[in-house]
Write a protein that binds this ligand. Structure first.
Ligand code: C2E
Ligand code: MG
Ligand code: MG
Ligand code: MG
Length: 287
């Protein structure tokens, strides 16, 4: 009896596994097709200095303009290619598209941008020729100074191989680009690790910011990350700032930079110039 059900289980398992492989293969083909048909697009979310009332930059966030399903968020397609070479191809497209966008904004006189950041997957950053390929991409946009480009690397990815990643980061910084450590606080970075990662900006993960007004532990983590950034002379930005009150609390803790729905949602590139000229910080934020 046990053997029989065991057999059945195996049978069920095999079928389920076949289905999973089929779904995976179909998803990969769909993403390949989307790349070839130019269905990916970058949205941009502003980053501001709440105290000075200035826009300090934007973060590029990928979207899939799906012909039937509409605009899809990265969670719906990036996990499928997390460790696939297509992630590298998409990553290069993202960098190239962001550089093209920066140069268009420059030509329009949108010059308030300190930086445009792009998210870089671990598998992409760890390519042996990453620096070389970044050099080529930058060379293709000679009117864009590299300091306008910022690469966001997940804290958790950086911790996978601190030695290797810090070497790549240093090489890229020599080209003039800057780094941010994304979703900071989720990876249990030790002080030693942070010292070795040459990122100029630390992004406090939105999960801590979201509940900081109601959860003392999350507030303590936000305070801790701000203090850590200050002692290592790094800039610090809060992600997921959804309300004016979050902004006010962050300013009281000494964090001036913010990004979140309470300031602006990610938007098409064409909306950015008007948004920048219209934006006003909350009156209570200005000191
Ligand atoms: P991330 O880099 O941490 O980006 C922040 C995410 O939080 C974005 O989601 C953004 O839309 C969302 N967000 C911003 N403010 C708020 C807020 O106030 N409340 C809430 N609930 N959410 C907020 P999105 O665009 O869906 O991207 C999700 C993640 O996908 C990104 O997290 C990033 O890790 C990854 N990703 C996005 N674009 C790219 C890309 O071009 N390449 C790679 N490799 N990863 C990307
Ligand atoms: Mg990011
Ligand atoms: Mg983040
Ligand atoms: Mg995230």
């Amino acid at each position: 009896m046990a053997k029989e059900s065991g057999k059945n289980c195996y049978h069920l398992f095999d079928t389920a596994q076949d289905d999973a492989i089929k779904v995976q293969r179909e998803s990969l083909e769909a993403i390949r097709c989307a790349l070839d048909n130019h269905q990916f697009v970058l949205y941009y979310q502003p980053k501001v200095n709440m105290m000075r009332g200035t826009v300090v930059g934007v973060e590029a966030l990928i979207r899939w303009q799906h012909p039937e399903r509409g605009i899809l968020n990265p969670i719906e397609f990036l996990p499928v290619i997390e460790n696939h070479t297509m992630m590298i191809e998409i990553g290069e497209w993202v960098i190239d598209t962001a550089l093209t966008q920066i140069s268009q904004w420059q030509a329009m006189g949108v010059n308030l941008m300190v930086s445009t950041s792009v998210n870089i997957a671990a598998v992409h950053l760890q390519q042996p020729d990453f620096t070389q390929r970044l050099t080529t991409l930058l060379a293709a946009h000679p009117n864009v100074e590299p300091r306008y480009l910022e690469l966001e690397v997940l804290e958790t990815s950086a911790l996978e191989d601190v030695h290797h990643i810090s070497t790549i980061m240093n090489d890229c910084m020599n080209l003039g680009v800057n780094f941010a450590l994304d979703d900071f606080g989720t990876g249990y970075s030790s002080l030693t690790y942070l010292r070795r990662l040459p990122a100029s900006l630390i992004k406090i993960d939105q999960s801590f910011v979201r509940d900081m007004l109601s959860n003392a532990d999350d507030l303590a983590i936000v305070e801790g990350v701000i203090a850590l950034a200050k002692s290592f002379k790094r800039d610090v930005i809060a992600e997921g700032v959804e309300t004016i009150e979050h902004g006010t609390a962050l300013l009281q803790l000494g964090c001036e930079l913010a990004q979140g729905y309470g300031i602006a949602k990610p938007m098409p590139a064409s909306d950015i110039p008007a948004w920048i000229s219209d934006w006003k910080p909350d009156a209570s934020w200005l000191s």
